[in-house]
Design a protein around this ligand. Structure first.
Ligand SMILES: [Zn+2]
Ligand SMILES: [Zn+2]
Length: 435
C-alpha cells in the first residue's frame, strides 16, 4: 500500500510499502495469528536476509532451463532486483524457498523432517522493469517424501486461511508428475505448440516453448481458447504418480476440504514436481488466488545436493491483508488502560515527568497533553486517545500538595494528595478493568 498523504509526501510511482500505525496494528494481529497456527503444527520461524546471493537465487529460478532442456533463454517470470547493477552479485530477496534450501544445504540433516516458515517483504521487478515490494508468508516442509507431507502442508494452508478470517477458502489441485510423466507431456505440448504457432500470440508461444507448465498470464481469449484444447498434464501421469494423487485427493476430501481439479493450474516457477495447488477465494471471473505451492523435490536436490524431498506454499499477504481490512476482521482498539497528563505551564514539566515515571513503573500507559491548552480541549484529546483518567498539573494545586484527577469514564473529578497518585490510579484501573 502506498503512503498517500496529500501535500506532505510526494506521490511516487514505485509500489513500496509504508504502513501507518493502524495498519501496523493489523499486521501484528495477523502475524500473531499466523505464528499461533504454525506453532500448532510444529513449524519454526526462520529469518532470511533481505540481501541474497544473486547467483544462488538465479540458479534456483533458472530451473526451467535445465528441466526442459532447451537452449533458449530462461523465462523472465521472476526478475531479480540486483543491488549492484554492474556485478549482479547481490539481489533483493525475490522469494524464500531457494534461500531456505541454501540454508538446508549448509545446516540441516537430510534424514530428518524440518518444518520452517518466514514472512516479510520480497522484491521483484514488474514487467516494465520497476522494482516492486510485496509481502509473503512462506512455509516449507523439508525431508518428507510421502503423501502425508503434502497433505499436512495443504491442510495447514487451509487452516491458516480459515483462522485468519477467510473461511470460504477452497483448494485447487493439479499434478506436474515426475520426470517420466513430464517428458511425455512436454513432447506432446511442443507438438501442439508447433501446430498452433500462427494462432497463438508471440508471447504465449515463446513462454510456453520454454516452460509448458508456466502459469499463463495472457488475457487474449483466443490464446486461452486454443490452449484449453491442448494436452493436459494429468492425462500423462504414470501409475505411481497417479496412485499418489488419488490418495492425496481422498485425504483432502476426508478432511472436509473442498477442492477442484484444475489441469490448467500452472505455476510461475518451474521448479515444482508432483502435487501443485492454489488456495483460492471466489469462483470464475471473481476468483482470487491468495496463495499456493507444491512439491519441489528436484529443485531441493539441485540446491542442497542432498536427498531432501520438499513441499511448501506461500500466502500472498498483501492481498490477504487488504481483504481482511475490507472485512474489518482486525480492527485497532484503544487497547490498554491509560492516563492522560498535562501541565498548566512549562514550570510544571519536572512534576509531569516525575508522575509519568512513577506510572510507568506500575506498567501504566501514559499520554502527554499539550501544555497550556484549555481543560475541555485536553479532555477531548484524552478521550480520543482512549485514556480513562486525566491529571491536570497546576501551580496552585501543587503548592497545596494536591492534583486534579478527572475520571473520564465516570465523569467525576476530585483533588487528591500528591502522595496518593499511584494508589488512586491503581484503584481506578481495578474498577475500570473489573480486576
Ligand atoms: Zn510419474
Ligand atoms: Zn497469448
Amino acid at each position: 500500500m502506498n503512503l498517500k498523504n496529500g501535500d506532505l509526501m510526494p506521490e511516487h510511482s514505485y509500489n513500496f510499502h509504508h504502513f501507518m500505525p493502524a495498519d501496523v496494528w493489523r499486521w501484528k494481529m495477523i502475524e500473531s495469528e499466523i505464528d499461533q497456527v504454525l506453532a500448532l503444527y510444529d513449524y519454526e520461524e526462520i529469518r532470511l536476509s533481505i540481501l541474497q546471493d544473486f547467483k544462488i537465487i538465479n540458479r534456483g529460478i533458472s530451473a526451467p532451463k535445465d528441466k526442459f532442456q532447451t537452449g533458449e533463454a530462461v523465462d523472465d517470470t521472476l526478475t531479480l532486483c540486483a543491488v549492484d547493477n554492474d556485478q549482479s552479485t547481490i539481489s533483493l530477496r525475490p522469494e524464500g524457498t531457494i534461500s531456505v534450501l541454501d540454508y538446508a544445504a549448509q545446516y540441516l540433516a537430510e534424514d530428518e523432517l524440518h518444518r520452517l516458515y518466514y514472512h516479510g517483504p520480497m522484491f521483484r521487478k514488474d514487467p516494465q522493469g520497476k522494482p516492486q515490494e510485496f509481502y509473503q508468508l512462506g512455509v516449507e516442509l523439508l525431508g518428507g517424501s510421502s503423501i502425508l507431507s503434502e497433505s499436512e502442508v495443504i491442510s495447514l494452508g487451509i487452516r491458516l486461511c480459515k483462522s485468519l478470517g477467510l473461511g470460504e477458502v477452497t483448494l485447487k489441485l493439479n499434478n506436474f508428475g515426475c520426470k517420466g510423466c513430464r517428458q511425455e507431456f512436454i513432447k506432446e505440448m511442443r507438438k501442439f505448440l508447433a501446430e498452433c504457432e500462427s494462432e497463438l500470440c508471440v508471447d504465449c508461444f515463446a513462454k510456453l516453448s520454454v516452460n509448458p507448465l508456466e502459469r499463463r498470464r495472457c488475457e487474449d481469449p483466443k490464446c486461452l481458447q486454443i490452449l484449453s484444447q491442448g494436452p493436459k498434464i494429468t492425462d500423462y501421469l504414470c501409475d505411481s504418480c497417479n496412485a499418489d494423487f488419488v490418495k492425496l485427493k481422498k485425504i483432502q476430501a476426508n478432511l472436509g476440504h473442498s477442492y477442484r481439479m484444475d489441469p490448467f493450474l500452472y505455476k510461475n516457477f518451474s521448479y515444482y514436481n508432483g502435487t501443485v495447488f492454489d488456495f483460492v477465494l471466489g469462483q470464475g471471473d471473481n476468483e482470487i488466488i491468495i496463495g499456493g505451492g507444491g512439491r519441489y523435490d528436484e529443485l531441493s536436490e539441485q540446491i542442497t545436493g542432498k536427498s531432501m524431498p520438499a513441499v511448501g506454499f506461500y500466502l500472498d499477504m498483501d492481498t490477504i491483508f487488504d481483504i481482511l481490512k475490507q472485512r474489518s476482521v482486525y480492527e485497532p482498539q484503544n487497547g490498554t488502560f491509560a492516563v492522560y497528563l498535562f501541565a498548566e505551564s512549562s514550570s510544571m514539566d519536572m512534576m509531569l515527568l516525575q508522575i509519568t515515571h512513577e506510572l510507568h513503573a506500575l506498567g501504566v500507559r501514559t499520554v502527554f497533553g499539550i501544555n497550556g491548552d484549555e481543560l475541555s480541549q485536553q479532555m477531548q484529546r484524552a478521550k480520543r486517545k482512549g485514556c480513562s483518567l486525566l491529571f491536570a498539573i497546576r501551580d496552585q494545586n501543587i503548592r497545596d500538595g494536591k492534583i486534579l484527577l478527572y475520571n473520564l469514564i465516570k465523569e467525576h473529578q476530585e483533588y487528591i494528595p500528591l502522595s496518593d497518585i499511584s494508589n488512586a490510579v491503581l484503584v481506578a484501573r481495578k474498577a475500570i478493568n473489573n480486576e
